[in-house]
Ligand binder design. Structure first.
Ligand code: SAM
Length: 298
């Protein structure tokens, strides 16, 4: 068995041995530079007690490095051709490795070991689902303390955007209600086989405790409501807050219609000028709007 698969020769050989080629439709761009693998592991700051969750192990290139530094690794892989490869490449670590064969977007909490939930997400993500899955896992897997993930550069820019900038949108607000950026480095296409058509970046996000203005921890349903207000505020980007929210809620059944009618009161109680635009609002202001949304719905 090899100590690393992160080279062009080793990757080509493993694929050829199994009669496989990289599948474009599954975003298969395998890492072929061990320096990048080591930088990902270093940014994730694994310690021997960590239980890592990985999406898309591929042929096991990053997985192998994770297994060397963590107590356990659980990987979710959608491609049914890969388990046979992983049985071979990860054989030395099989006792501390769990493979879940499914679409990462369909992961259920019951798929994970309830006694030993994952502490860190570390992955070279399939780009089609990257943004969605990172937010979804922070929302649903309470035990996750951080995510260190390879994504398309533009996705990293959205994850790290500040209010008032062009990349700051509903996605930024929702993700940042759960986690904050804590390091990043760029990765060029030549570090993968085959090379992707886009630039990439590895970004680390640390879970942040969500608190109200006085520092008290907020209920999960307030944070969810703040996410709804982010979707509403950015639904029509060029409109004012009030018009964008009106359109958003009016299109959401009787319950949404009731919220639409109470919007002036909602903004008044949150002390936020409804003529502002979504991109000028801070996270704290979205939390306030979330609190008032729950009050209006009660
Ligand atoms: N970790 C390997 C590496 O770094 O070389 C492979 C990374 S490759 C960019 C993405 C991996 O995600 C592939 O193995 C692909 O089959 C898998 N994948 C794609 N879509 C997926 C999904 N929806 N759920 C789980 N795995 C997926």
């Amino acid at each position: 068995s090899l100590s690393t698969l992160a080279s062009l020769a080793a990757t080509r050989e493993v694929l050829a041995d199994h009669g496989l080629t990289a599948k474009y439709s599954l975003g298969q761009n395998f890492l072929v530079n061990d320096t990048i693998v080591q930088k990902i592991v270093a940014l994730a700051e694994l310690d021997g007690a960590d239980r890592v969750l990985e999406i898309g192990p591929g042929i096991g290139t990053l997985t192998m490095a994770l297994l060397k530094g963590a107590a356990h690794v659980t990987s979710i892989e959608r491609d049914a051709d890969l388990p046979a490869v992983l049985e071979e490449t990860l054989a030395p670590w099989w006792d501390k490795f769990t493979l879940i064969q499914k679409d990462a977007l369909d992961l259920q909490l019951s798929d994970l070991n309830a006694q030993a939930m994952p502490t860190k997400l570390v992955a070279n993500l399939p780009y089609a689902v990257a943004a969605t899955v990172v937010l979804d896992y922070f929302q649903r897997i309470d035990s996750l303390q951080s995510a260190t993930v390879m994504v398309q550069k533009e996705v990293a820019d959205r994850m790290a955007a500040e209010p008032g900038t062009k990349n700051y949108g509903a996605y930024t607000v929702k993700l940042r209600l759960y986690a904050q950026p804590a390091g990043r480095f760029p990765v060029s296409p030549n570090n993968f086989f085959p090379p992707p058509r886009v630039d990439s970046a590895v970004i680390r996000l640390n879970r942040r405790p969500v608190t109200d203005a006085s520092g008290a921890p907020l209920d999960a349903n307030v944070v969810r409501a703040a996410c709804t207000m982010a979707d509403a505020a950015f639904a029509s980007r060029r409109k004012t807050l009030s018009n964008s929210c009106k359109t958003y809620f009016a299109g959401r059944g009787a319950q949404g219609g009731a919220v639409a009618q109470h919007l002036p009161e909602l903004f008044e109680r949150a002390s936020i000028d409804p003529k502002r635009r979504g991109e000028t609002l801070s996270l704290a202001e979205f939390v306030q709007l979330g609190q008032e949304l729950l009050a209006v719905q009660a």
